[in-house]
Ligand binder design. Structure first.
Ligand SMILES: Cc1cc2nc3c(=O)[nH]c(=O)nc-3n(C[C@H](O)[C@H](O)[C@H](O)COP(=O)(O)OP(=O)(O)OC[C@H]3O[C@@H](n4cnc5c(N)ncnc54)[C@H](O)[C@@H]3O)c2cc1C
Length: 435
């Protein structure tokens, strides 16, 4: 096997490098906690981020500290593991080295779990006008943009400009788009408008655009109808079968019309990290690395890829989905497999994905969920969604703090984190320029 020949025997304490401390990378590190190995976890951020709640930060429901936890503190009790803060820029498969901030880190085993970013279907210039939410910085920037739009609208006297400032377009009808549109509508209708004097709930318009025939295609059709109805009850205008053909500064054009909107949020497509380029190995059309049955890459038994950055075939027609439970299960399985190989034990059973179901929340009192054969909606769905998200949040402090924030927000309709901080995003700058 290329690059493997001189390393057929285990070294006493092999170097295991894990790139990315997201769901996959952290699960892998934890599964290796008892392994006789030197483990290095590398991430470009010093925190693990619970991405499923990012839109709650973007819509001022939670603060970043509620959904992020320092990687060092998560792994502090794991004596065989060190954490490095740095950006990986290259991987040498033959020499078995990872380049981090210009330094080369050697490995015997490598796990690449660097996630995904937004994909604009080849129209990368749209990103400037329609940011997606993937990091804490993205979320706080979008939060500032949304809040700035309300601030500007409060003093804007021109009717058309005011309307554009208060028009929020979300592109993409998957779970992120649905949750984002619902949260903005709720922010506009129930929370923000109480704080302003010249904005009434009717002034704000939230439009969710989906190219496909229905929202939430991963859920059964009756639940996607339910989600649509719930969004419409919140005042969101849902447009399906309407592909976006252009995104410009302060406007979105579909096949039917051009909508003037100062806040445009992208939730339509993803593109895998650059892992395929670093590893110089085959990828699928969205850049995910094509992996073997054990998540290793072709020709290299000790290099694994997991999470959103892998294309892992489950059946002839389906792939492992890009969701947190799939990333966790893959990371855990790879960690256990490596631990067994190091210890000379029989490796675990072949990987089997346990599908925990899908869910999406709409505002603060409705959600739709499919868990096995069970379908849940309405308030029960929302309670289930909240419990699942609080339960899976890492760290006791975060769980308590999120539960309290939600309970407070639920009881009072107040959004506690409506701060405009740091550099304004592109949208806010655009608003300033237009003023
Ligand atoms: C807004 C949003 C909402 C979501 N909602 C849900 C949901 O409700 N339910 C669900 O199951 N899933 C949801 N997902 C998807 C889920 O978050 C992902 O499937 C999951 O995070 C994938 O885990 P991962 O470990 O592959 O990647 P990530 O969690 O993205 O982790 C990748 C890590 O790699 C690091 N990294 C990247 N590049 C480098 C580099 N060059 N050098 C060093 N480090 C690097 C990053 O900093 C990051 O820590 C959502 C995603 C988003 C963005």
């Amino acid at each position: 096997m290329p690059g493997e020949s001189q390393h057929n025997n285990e070294t006493p304490e092999p170097n295991i490098v894990i790139v990315g401390a997201g769901f996959a990378g952290l699960s892998c590190a934890r599964a290796l906690k008892d392994a006789r190995a030197k483990i290095t976890v590398i991430d470009r951020h010093n925190y693990h981020l619970f991405q499923p709640l990012l839109y709650q930060v973007a819509t001022a429901s939670l603060s970043p500290a509620d959904i992020a936890q320092p990687i060092r503190s998560i792994l502090k009790d794991q004596a065989n593991t060190r954490v490095l803060l740095g950006e990986v820029t290259a991987i040498d498969k033959q020499m078995r080295q990872v380049t981090v901030n210009g330094t080369k880190i050697p490995f015997d085993y490598l796990i690449v779990a660097t996630g995904a970013r937004h994909g604009y279907f080849g129209k990368d210039h749209w990103a400037e006008h329609a940011p997606g939410i993937k990091t804490v910085d993205d979320a706080t920037r979008v939060r500032a943009d949304i809040l700035m739009a309300f601030e500007r609208a409060e003093v804007e006297t021109d009717t058309a400009r005011r309307k554009a400032l208060l028009t929020f377009v979300v592109i993409g009808g998957g779970p992120t788009g649905v949750e984002m549109a619902g949260a903005i509508a709720e922010l506009a209708r129930n929370s923000i408008t109480r704080d302003f004097r010249s904005i009434t709930p009717r002034c704000a318009s939230v439009i969710l655009i989906e190219a496909g025939p229905r929202l939430l295609p991963a859920l059964p059709e009756n639940l996607s109808v339910e989600a649509r109805n719930a969004l419409e009850r919140l005042g969101v205008e849902v447009r399906t079968e309407e592909a976006v053909i252009n995104v410009a500064s302060a406007s979105v054009t579909t096949a039917k019309e051009t909508i003037a909107a100062h806040t445009i949020i992208w939730a339509a497509g993803v593109r895998a990290s650059a892992a395929g380029t670093w590893l110089d190995t085959p990828t699928d059309r969205v850049g995910r690395v094509v992996a073997n049955r054990d998540f290793s890459i072709p020709g290299y038994r000790r290099i694994f890829v997991a999470g959103d950055t892998v294309a892992y075939r489950l059946t002839e027609t389906s792939f492992l989905p890009g969701v947190a439970p799939a990333a966790k299960q893959a990371g855990d399985w790879i960690g256990k497999t490596i631990a067994a190989r190091i210890a000379g034990r029989i490796v675990p059973e072949p990987f089997r994905y346990a599908d925990l179901g899908s869910m999406a929340t709409i505002g603060r009192r409705e959600a739709v969920a499919k868990l096995g054969r069970m379908e849940v909606k309405g308030l029960i769905g929302w309670l289930l969604w909240s419990l699942a998200h609080v339960y899976f949040l890492i760290g006791f402090r975060n769980r308590v703090s999120v539960a309290i924030s939600w309970a407070w927000s639920y009881a009072t309709y107040q959004r506690g984190v409506r701060l405009i901080t740091g550099q304004p995003g592109a949208l806010s700058q655009k608003i300033e320029e237009a003023a």
